[in-house]
Ligand binder design. Structure first.
Ligand SMILES: *[C@@H]1O[C@H](CO)[C@@H](O)[C@H](O)[C@H]1NC(C)=O
Ligand SMILES: *[C@@H]1O[C@H](CO)[C@@H](O)[C@H](O)[C@H]1NC(C)=O
Ligand SMILES: *[C@@H]1O[C@H](CO)[C@@H](O)[C@H](O)[C@H]1NC(C)=O
Ligand SMILES: *[C@@H]1O[C@H](CO)[C@@H](O)[C@H](O)[C@H]1NC(C)=O
Ligand SMILES: *[C@@H]1O[C@H](CO)[C@@H](O)[C@H](O)[C@H]1NC(C)=O
Ligand SMILES: *[C@@H]1O[C@H](CO)[C@@H](O)[C@H](O)[C@H]1NC(C)=O
Ligand SMILES: *[C@@H]1O[C@H](CO)[C@@H](O)[C@H](O)[C@H]1NC(C)=O
Length: 458
């Protein structure tokens, strides 16, 4: 939030500069120009390539800055899709530098700097970005560096490792990775959704059934424990000391997006099996019904009262990108999904008239005008929505596999040098840590912290 004074100043500036009309997405050329401007404005928040700064991360984590580590991982994925859709290579170098800088000593996206708030979902977002690079033949790193596919496999393998799995709640991944972190006692949909998504995509890319088996298992676990219910509600998470019977019913759009894209890959991997078609179609419907009323992206859990955290302010963009890629992997969904994404993107750019530049994007797209909020999430949302409009343009290929032109080198054993944080030496009981106190948790809330906070508060 910023002060009324700043807002008035911004309004005044907009007032004098009549050139500040909303962006156009009326033609391919307009879409490319609009996406380029939004991307440029987004990158004004990135300081990692300046002298003395750390490559790959956004200002943070709180209280040092607004952004947790995971959101930068998501931003590089948005820029890879931006390049894929528009062909603009402007950010390829900075993206490659970022993705390689943050791999950590195990080359598995667990850099020691972020241990204190390292969740399976945080690691998963960087892994999904590496996977996006592999699937779209984003320029391969030099041979002496880790490779995109190998990095995605490393993230997957560390998450499939027995250290990350236990019998509480009948299985499933915990939110946090290090056992001493607050939130280690929470099993949630996004952590398992990232793992499911990555497994499904690795299955399609490599043809290796082990990945598909894990994706099936994760899906079954989500359904069994009730985090995904018969009506395709996807709830936020639940606690191990309650054997996950205390389901937190908050629903967020990115959980739907991450499972939809994964289900599309399982559908494709199984050559269009009726089981995965049914699941995919129902997920697509659930996503559009809940998160695109009026065909415009909406975050019901927090948008009306504008109580969204910085994390939540970035979900719309992922959903746009993942739904649009779904239409390539499962083409029968295109006529259902694409018209909605178009209306939504048109609304999104109507909000891009804010701040001194006169073109920063807001969050509440249904208002169709700037709502006074701005940040990386808002830019990333609009960038995802606008660039993904080019999904059907000539030259935008469907994600490749290792038999249809994929060049990225894999390593099925990647991630075996990983730090287990002593998980295999620790007793499973977390009742002691769960009692460590809500106050501590609030003070040190990790990435995506509000989710677990909402759970703890119940
Ligand atoms: C940092 O990256 C931004 C965005 O790509 C670019 O505009 C800027 O010139 C870069 N700065 C340096 C010092 O490389
Ligand atoms: C970890 O933090 C230090 C100190 O800020 C920084 O120099 C280093 O580059 C960081 N490492 C990673 C992988 O971000
Ligand atoms: C694709 O990946 C699978 C699993 O790693 C491997 O068995 C297969 O040989 C690869 N195919 C090609 C063409 O590289
Ligand atoms: C925990 O819940 C699972 C279902 O998710 C159930 O199969 C299991 O029996 C439960 N365990 C205990 C100890 O209640
Ligand atoms: C699988 O994806 C490809 C695009 O890579 C698409 O051409 C094909 O139709 C998809 N298969 C099914 C069953 O939809
Ligand atoms: C779509 O979802 C809504 C809300 O969950 C449901 O009422 C409707 O039956 C679903 N439609 C289809 C075709 O599945
Ligand atoms: C398939 O993936 C599993 C899990 O990573 C791995 O252990 C196995 O070696 C892979 N098989 C092939 C043929 O690459």
């Amino acid at each position: 939030m910023f002060s009324t004074l700043q807002r008035l100043a911004a309004v005044a500036l907009v007032g004098v500069d009549v050139a500040n009309a909303a962006f156009s997405v009326a033609s391919v050329a307009d879409i490319k120009k609009t996406a380029a401007d939004i991307a440029f404005d987004m990158m004004q928040y990135y300081k990692g390539n300046l002298t003395g700064q750390t490559p790959g991360i956004l200002p943070g984590p709180p209280p040092a800055g607004d952004y947790y580590w995971w959101e930068a991982g998501a931003m590089w994925g948005t820029l890879i899709d931006y390049w894929r859709f528009t062909g603009d290579e402007s950010y390829n170098e900075v993206t490659t530098q970022a993705l390689l800088w943050q791999v950590g000593p195990g080359q598995d996206y667990m850099p020691p700097n972020v241990t204190a708030s390292l969740g399976n979902d945080d690691q998963g977002f960087w892994g999904m970005t590496a996977m996006t690079a592999a699937e779209n033949n984003f320029p391969d790193p030099p041979p002496d560096q880790p490779q995109w596919l190998g990095l995605a496999q490393a993230v997957f393998n560390t998450q499939a490792h027995p250290d990350r799995h236990d019998e509480t709640c009948n299985g499933g991944l915990r939110w946090q990775i290090p056992p001493l972190n607050n939130g280690y006692n929470y099993k949630n949909s996004i952590a398992n959704g990232c793992f499911f998504n990555l497994g499904a995509r690795l299955a399609r890319y490599t043809g290796n059934k082990t990945y598909a088996d894990w994706a099936e298992k994760t899906w079954d676990w989500m359904r069994g424990v009730g985090l995904m219910d018969d009506d395709y509600n996807i709830h936020d998470g639940a606690h191990v000391e309650k054997n996950c019977t205390d389901v937190n019913g908050a629903q967020f759009s990115y959980n739907f997006g991450v499972f939809t894209l994964g289900a599309a890959h399982m559908y494709n991997y199984t050559d269009g099996s009726p089981v995965w078609k049914d699941r995919l179609d129902k997920l697509v419907n659930a996503t559009l019904v809940r998160f695109f009323p009026e065909k415009i992206a909406y975050e019901p859990a927090c948008e009306d009262g504008m109580t969204c955290t910085t994390d939540m302010l970035s979900f719309k963009g992922y959903v746009h990108r993942w739904l649009s890629t779904t239409t390539q992997i499962a083409p029968h969904t295109a006529p259902i999904i694409l018209p909605v994404l178009k209306v939504s993107a048109e609304a999104a750019v109507q909000t891009c008239t804010g701040e001194a530049s006169g073109r920063m994007c807001g969050f509440n797209w249904r208002k169709k005008k700037y709502d006074g909020s701005h940040g990386v999430g808002q830019q990333m949302n609009a960038l995802g929505a606008v660039s993904a409009l080019l999904i059907n343009q000539q030259g935008t290929k469907a994600p490749v596999t290792n038999t249809t032109g994929g060049t990225s080198k894999g390593n099925p054993n990647a991630g075996s040098q990983s730090d287990s944080f002593g998980a295999h030496n620790r007793p499973i009981s977390t009742a002691d840590r769960a009692g460590a106190g809500i106050v501590t948790f609030l003070l040190s809330a990790g990435a995506l912290g509000t989710f677990a906070w909402m759970g703890l508060g119940k």
